[in-house]
Ligand binder design. Structure first.
Ligand SMILES: Cc1ncc(COP(=O)(O)O)c(C=O)c1O
Length: 394
């Protein structure tokens, strides 16, 4: 059979990361490549007890079809939780999604036409590029530095008339892939550009709770509530296998997102939503998330110490994240990450080449390291192996 594919299907690509992960999942490889949270943080006992209570007390509703908007107590919890980000939203603005990845897909469906310009950070989250690409946008990278997108370049790239960007997609906290965080001043400058030019912001914040010493500045959505869509997730604070996230949208946009959600999957699993609402009641997050922060901070410090020790004098540079799961490395001038990965894997260590994360011209000499799934011993051994692979490539 000769299948004639839709143009949008022609544009879909396998995730480069998933392809790389296949190589790196060989037994014995120390992987800094994955984007997975540490399974040590999954609240298995709390989930089991909550699941039993939900099935015992509310089993029929938990196993039935449900409202597309999501389970009301969970929407209320989300609205309440967002106050800490400076966001005052009504539960009616919260749409529970099947992971925040689905939020990206729904946003793409309702805001992008073929040929629409959209603006993204340089680099940006690969999964967002994958969600946006089937809608056939022209994705334009905005210059970015250690503090996120450059506000002047953002202003210059907004465009006008039919060329005006449909939105800018931003990750202000502990960004994937770089681990960068936007400063308060940068947030103010970016929000100002968005407000003055009427540019919608899509704010993606799955890592915001994973700060090490101090919470990040208030969200962009708090500064531009009528012009922002905010995406949140339970993947990094509870468990990704639940596939639970949410979108918060202004009232004017919410009905369209809801229609797209209905068409996609009717609703997010009722059972998972009820179990999580049950887990979350009585302040569980305030007890649980600090344990994740402490673990990730310790692992980040171990990786930074190993980098300082092993990479001294090799001509690399890297950032020092203040939260999240990733850090970003700039290789010495002229060294390319993809051939380096082959050498590194041969020595038993893996990372993700940074080139996967760019909307336009990719930097071939960057790489992303996750510090959360390897143990401190593995971090030390893996970093020595990576330094050996780099020395061989000099
Ligand atoms: C920046 C970013 N956004 C969204 C997601 C999707 O998360 P989920 O669908 O598990 O909520 C991820 C996952 O790694 C991510 O890194």
């Amino acid at each position: 059979m000769n299948w004639t594919l839709a143009q949008r299907a022609e544009k879909m690509n396998p995730s480069v990361i998933r392809e790389i992960l296949k190589v790196t999942e060989k037994p014995g490889i120390i992987s800094f490549a994955g984007g997975l949270p540490s399974p040590l943080t999954f609240p298995i006992d709390a989930m089991r007890e909550a699941a039993e209570r939900v099935l015992r007390d509310d089993g029929k509703a938990a196993l039935q079809y449900a409202a597309s908007e999501g389970y009301a107590p969970l929407r209320e919890w989300v609205a309440q939780d967002l106050l800490k980000q400076g966001m005052k939203v009504s539960p009616d603005q919260v749409l529970i999604t099947t992971g925040s990845q689905q939020g990206l897909d729904l946003v793409a469906k309702i805001l992008i036409d073929a040929g629409s310009r959209i603006l993204v950070e340089t680099p940006t989250y690969l999964g967002a590029l994958q969600a946006f690409t089937p809608m056939e946008p022209i994705a334009v990278g905005v210059n970015s530095d250690e503090h996120g997108v450059d506000a002047a370049d953002l202003r210059a790239k907004v465009g006008t008339g039919a060329d005006k960007a449909r939105f800018v997609y931003l990750l202000p906290n502990f960004q994937n892939p770089t681990g960068r965080t936007m400063t308060e001043e940068r947030r103010a400058a970016v929000a100002q550009v968005a407000i003055v030019s009427g540019l919608p912001i899509i704010e993606d914040n799955p890592y915001g709770d994973l700060w090490f010493d101090a919470p990040p500045a208030p969200s962009l959505s708090a500064r531009h509530p009528e012009g922002s869509v905010y995406l949140g997730s339970f993947s990094k604070i509870l468990a990704p296998g639940l596939r639970l996230g949410y979108v918060v949208a202004p009232k004017a946009l919410y009905p369209k997102l809801l229609q797209a959600k209905q068409a996609a999957d009717l609703h997010t699993p009722s059972f998972n939503q009820r179990v999580v609402a049950e887990v979350l009641k009585d302040g569980f997050i305030e007890r649980h998330v600090p344990t994740i922060r402490a673990l990730y901070k310790q692992q980040c410090e171990a990786m930074l110490a190993a980098l300082d020790r092993e990479m001294a004098g090799l001509g690399l540079s890297w950032n020092r994240p203040v939260g999240g799961m990733f850090l970003w490395v700039q290789l010495p001038q002229g060294m390319k990450a993809i051939p380096l990965l082959d050498k590194a894997v041969a020595k038993g260590v893996a990372f993700v080449p940074g080139s996967a994360f760019y909307a336009q011209e990719a930097s071939e000499s960057t790489l992303r390291l996750s510090f959360v799934t390897a143990t401190v011993d593995q971090i030390n051994t893996g970093m020595a192996a990576l330094a050996a692979a780099i020395r061989e490539s000099l």
